[in-house]
Design a protein around this ligand. Structure first.
Ligand code: ADP
Ligand code: MG
Length: 598
């Protein structure tokens, strides 16, 4: 075939492939247009998951009748005029592509009336063919109807999912946009039924409750931060993020916005997850919303046809800012989950399994079934140790800890695994291994900040068979191993000789050879900057886990005291480094309810 210019309809259909790939993206473009037009009320009507009809009505500025043909033409926009406008985009749209694209793959009707115009103008486009504008009737604002989406693009239509799936995406999209624009009323119906009815409000918390439901919204911690960067540009963030107890397996419900635009941004998501490091198990994501606002000159939104990705001028400053904002909210909050964790369990069920404290006769100190029952008096908690705090967390070292612990005078170790303490509102159950693991982790990190860990030289090298693949990892890992207090060299193609081991592991009688073999088998990803930091965390985490007391170990009163006192001064003491909780709370009210006392 000779080279030739493509006809405009085909150009638009190709563009449509990038901009509108499914009903939810049609809804996104139309709702963004309504917001750009200054709408205060937006109504979305969807039929058949959006294949049959997507209609968006707004009360915004409207389109003058004579401009309607331009509105549906490609590369025609009222939002930018000159190249320099691309440097500071303050609107959601700017590419002038959406309506032309939609008109090329569906039947598009626009009825629009600016306030100053008596009649509405109507324009229709069907599969790229534009009909002349005719007068019509309608309230001030714009109504855009999109019917039989992709009727003329079978390849695209084939890829649409079932009606409920597509409808689900539309709902998620409208919720996402609505969360960032609480001042605008949103109404969404599907198949004639109201799905969302969100009144305008000045209170973002109210919008959050309306979208997520009061129970889920109550689990969220508010975020509000503002900072001036060195060059004078301001950065702010608002929103709310979940307590660690309510996490999800994907990032879908952690919505991130930049200047009112929902974005997908790996770096900001990373900053968020870093703020949760040690509070969430691997592979879990927080829930919530985080809206970052900044001077539009500091970010390029012209990166992706669907405008869902952005490029920051100073990515690492934005990353740090988000990390600080979220960390601060988490540090300030009481993150101890309270039982019952289910909504409203039946009394009989609430106490089976796990809750060893309540379903037995009261313990007698000599009862062997209770193992080690102490009446150890907890002295006033130890003064914070003078260990240096790791620099990364220092700015947020506000008031961590759990004030209730000061209240507890007695502690009971049950099943050599849990510590039970009185608190002003009920009782606390501490998992001794989980808390000790957190304590070890923080101590190792603090010591590492000061230099390599102390090591103990072995009289004779210990030779460990690790296999060829693991042995090959030794060299790459040696800088890390030295920091941890290991000295090791290759003893053969499949074996490693250990000359010195970390004192910490030796004193906790951890088999250092096994530890090293495990580390070599699954070496942490080496890398620079953040990656190196994450790799270090993983290894220290492993070490802390091995060195920590296990369930089944008896603790002396002094050990109990030290362990619980650490609870006071540690940050993130509510969770072990893997993100599992260290402490659960059982409220008096909860006890009274289950005992039928009220
Ligand atoms: P863009 O939003 O990138 O400018 P679109 O194709 O989405 O491109 O829209 C083209 C133009 O049509 C817009 O620039 C705007 O002037 C006008 N327009 C579209 N939708 C609306 C609306 N709901 N209210 C007022 N004007 C609109
Ligand atoms: Mg647009």
């Amino acid at each position: 075939m000779p080279i030739r210019l493509l006809p405009p309809v085909l150009v638009n259909q190709i563009a449509a492939g990038e901009v509108v790939d499914r009903p939810a993206s049609v809804v996104k473009e139309l709702v963004e247009n309504a917001l750009d037009a200054g709408a205060t009320r937006i109504r979305v009507v969807v039929e058949g998951g959006g294949r049959d009809l997507v209609q968006v009505d707004d009360d915004g500025a409207g389109i003058p009748m004579e401009e309607l043909p331009l509105a549906v033409a490609a590369h025609a926009t009222s939002k930018i005029a000159a190249p320099e406008d691309l440097e500071a985009i303050g609107t959601l749209g700017f590419r002038g592509e959406a309506l032309a694209s939609i008109g090329s793959v569906a039947r598009l009707t626009i009825v629009s009336r600016p306030r100053t115009q008596d009649d509405a103008g109507v324009i229709e486009v069907d599969g790229g063919r534009v009909a002349p504008v005719r007068p019509g009737a309608g309230p001030p604002g714009t109504s855009v109807r999109v019917r039989t989406l992709f009727a003329n693009v079978p390849a695209r239509r084939k890829f649409l999912r079932s009606e409920p799936t597509e409808a689900g995406r539309v709902i998620h999209l409208v919720e996402t946009v609505a969360l960032a624009h609480p001042g605008v009323a949103f109404h969404l119906s599907h198949g004639g039924r109201t799905v969302l009815d969100l009144p305008a409000t000045e209170d973002p918390g109210r919008r959050l409750r309306d979208v997520l439901g009061p129970e889920d919204a109550a689990q969220l911690l508010p975020i509000s931060a503002e900072e001036a960067l060195e060059d004078g540009h301001r950065l702010s963030a608002w929103g709310a993020v979940s307590r660690p107890a309510s996490s999800r397996p994907t990032a879908r419900e952690m919505r991130i916005y930049l200047n009112g635009r929902p974005i997908v941004d790996r770096s900001l998501l990373h900053a968020l997850r870093e703020a949760y490091r040690g509070l969430l198990p691997p592979g879990r994501y927080p829930v919530g919303m985080l809206a970052v606002e900044m001077d539009p000159t500091q970010v390029d939104v012209n990166v992706h046809p669907a405008k869902s990705e952005v490029r920051f001028r100073q990515p690492s400053l934005v990353h740090q800012f988000v990390h600080r904002a979220v960390s601060r909210a988490l540090t300030a909050a009481d993150l101890v989950p309270a039982l019952p964790l289910a909504a409203d369990p039946a009394p009989a069920r609430a106490w089976t399994g796990g809750a060893a404290v309540a379903d037995r006769a009261p313990p007698r100190p000599e009862d062997p079934a209770w193992g080690f029952a102490v009446g150890a008096r907890l002295a006033a908690p130890a003064a914070p140790a003078a260990t240096p705090q790791p620099a990364a967390t220092a700015p947020f070292a506000a008031e961590p800890g759990l004030p209730e612990l000061r209240h507890a005078r007695e502690v009971l170790q049950v099943h050599q695994a849990y510590l039970v303490l009185e608190s002003p509102e009920g009782l606390l159950v501490v998992d001794q291994h989980a808390l000790h693991e957190r304590l070890m982790f923080e101590e190792i990190m603090a010591r590492l900040a000061a230099g390599p860990l102390e090591k103990q030289r072995l009289l004779l090298p210990q030779v460990v068979e690790v296999g060829a693949e693991s042995a090959a990892q030794l060299e790459g890992l040696s800088p890390l191993l030295e920091r941890l207090g290991f000295e090791a060299s290759l003893a053969g193609p499949r074996s490693v000789a250990i000359h010195a081991v970390p004192s910490l592991l030796a004193s906790r009688r951890v088999e250092a050879g096994r530890f090293l073999a495990e580390l070599l088998r699954e070496p942490p990803e080496s890398g620079a900057g953040r990656d190196a930091e994450a790799a270090l965390h993983r290894v220290v985490d492993m070490m802390a886990c091995k060195a920590a007391v296990k369930g089944g170990e008896r603790l002396t009163p002094e050990e109990l005291r030290v362990l619980l006192a650490s609870r006071e001064r540690l940050e993130r003491a509510t969770n072990c480094p893997h993100g599992r909780p260290t402490t659960l709370r059982i409220g008096l009210a909860e006890l009274e309810r289950h005992f039928g006392r009220r």
